[in-house]
Design a protein around this ligand. Structure first.
Ligand SMILES: Cc1cc2nc3c(=O)[nH]c(=O)nc-3n(C[C@H](O)[C@H](O)[C@H](O)COP(=O)(O)OP(=O)(O)OC[C@H]3O[C@@H](n4cnc5c(N)ncnc54)[C@H](O)[C@@H]3O)c2cc1C
Length: 435
């Protein structure tokens, strides 16, 4: 008998789960359902547009999708068009791989002012994600504050700082390129509440900040520890400190843009009237355990845009147990309830690299194969019937390849594609499903 599995979400976690479930097995049939007509989750809508080699991981997911027993069903939102309980009637197991697509709130006074834009929204905007294409950020500002000391903060700063030439081999949304490249931004401030040793950058991404054409990365050397104490630190930390020490040797000179990395500073208030005019920060210290403490001493910077890159939350789905404090599904190592699982960012929160989702996917696939017996559930044909009854428009993998081909054909210069940013635009080039 066939085991029917529905995976909700076509990001890395969804695809690694499908790959592991179907490896050397033709008695497992998987439908990967996504709310967007486009697959690959944050590989398309999160990973930086100038990091095309990283985005190339999609080729592996495409291979999985070309198997007969794996199917992509796009443009269907679970929890809206169809419920998890309904899927549970049709499939032996349901795996939620819905990621964590919402910003963690900044939670300080003034955070609701116009000009405070979380990184999920801002990154989605420049990556042409349909949810954020209409964001319309005001970049007519001289200075920006990026809050956070991880790779997302680096991505945001770098995309704001690169020249059109440096972005030529990218799929930056065209409207975003126009807005960013004509903006008068001169100073980008990046703040971390802890120190340079605790920062979560990876050395490659941090090092890239030292190679920008018109932007110089700057650090106050007084914030960096003495190199004599580096030996016990892990190699990643030593490499990061090496980059930061080089940044500390530089000066603004004739560069158009300055990228100022400031540690030991946590935001306490967004300043201004209806819109952002500045940010107040409190200086901090970090104890032996790596915990951060406020000193009570504050300072202000002027800026017209604040971009918190401080983490993400999973969107709750009706009927599925949710931990509101941690912003993810309540689960025991991926198990939510009998027959219902979660994986990837929806399971563990927004940590790790793309590859971390592979071990997650393998783990949840092993659990499904060990726990769930095929129960004679109808799977695919029943989903097709239900979608037809509800007048839904599922986008197939073949449809997606048409969208992809149109995006590639519209590319200019060295750009790999020119992305559609609206679902209507995408559907317009497809044939509606036969009624
Ligand atoms: C800005 C940014 C840059 C990053 N850059 C890198 C990098 O350079 N290298 C690296 O290793 N990692 C990077 N990451 C991390 C990496 O993207 C994640 O580890 C990975 O995407 C998480 O995979 P996921 O499948 O859990 O979630 P996602 O990739 O978010 O996929 C979730 C999918 O679920 C779908 N979905 C959500 N809700 C529903 C619903 N109700 N119904 C149907 N479908 C739904 C979404 O549309 C989406 O397609 C980056 C992350 C961000 C935010």
């Amino acid at each position: 008998m066939t085991l029917h599995v529905a995976i909700i979400g076509s990001g890395p976690a969804g695809y690694y789960t499908a790959e592991a479930l179907t490896k050397d097995r033709d008695d497992v049939q998987v439908d990967i359902i996504d709310r967007l007509p486009t697959p690959y989750g944050l590989i398309r809508g999160g990973v930086a547009p100038d990091h095309q080699s990283i985005k190339g991981v999609y080729k592996r997911y495409e291979k999985t999708n070309l198997q007969d027993n794996v199917r992509f069903v796009g443009n269907i939102e679970i929890g809206d068009a169809l419920s998890v309980a309904e899927l549970g009637e049709l499939y032996d197991a349901v795996v939620l791989a819905t990621g964590a697509g919402h910003d963690r709130p900044l939670g300080i006074p003034g955070a609701d002012k116009k000009g405070v834009i979380g990184s999920a929204a801002f990154v989605g905007w420049y990556n042409a994600h349909p949810d954020f294409a209409g964001l319309d950020p005001d970049l007519d500002v001289a200075a920006v504050a990026v809050i956070g000391n991880g790779n997302v903060a680096i991505d945001v700063a770098r995309v704001l700082a690169k020249t059109p030439d440096e972005m030529a081999v990218s799929d930056l949304a065209r409207y975003a390129a126009e807005r960013i490249q004509s903006s008068p931004i001169r100073d980008i401030h990046m703040f971390g509440r802890r120190g340079p040793v605790q920062a979560n950058f990876t050395p490659k991404e941090l090092g890239e900040l030292g190679e920008l054409k018109e932007c110089v990365a700057l650090v106050d050397g007084a914030q960096l520890p003495d190199a004599a104490g580096d030996d016990p630190l892990p190699p990643v930390k030593r490499k990061n400190l090496g980059h930061l020490r080089q940044f500390a040797q530089r000066d603004r000179a004739e560069r158009k843009l300055g990228l100022h990395l400031t540690f030991y500073a946590r935001p306490v208030e967004v300043l201004g009237g209806a819109r952002v005019e500045g940010l107040r920060l409190e200086r901090t210290t970090v104890d032996e355990a790596g915990l951060c403490h406020g000193t009570g001493e504050t300072f202000d910077i002027a800026c017209g845009l604040v971009i918190p890159c401080i983490g993400y939350r999973t969107q709750a789905i009706p009927g599925v147990a949710f931990d509101n404090d941690r912003g993810r599904f309540i689960n025991d190592d991926g198990l939510i309830a009998p027959g219902l699982y979660c994986t990837g960012w929806a399971r563990r929160g927004p940590t790790g690299t793309i590859g971390t989702n592979r071990s997650d996917g393998i783990g949840v696939a092993e659990a499904v194969l060990a726990d769930v017996e095929p129960g004679g559930k109808p799977g695919r044909p029943a989903l097709d019937r239900l979608m037809k009854e509800r007048d839904l428009w599922p986008v197939t993998f073949r449809d997606w390849k048409k969208i992809e081909a149109a995006e590639q054909a519209a590319a200019r210069g060295a750009a790999p594609r020119r992305k559609f940013s609206s679902i209507d635009e995408m559907l317009k080039i497809l044939k509606p499903p036969a009624i």
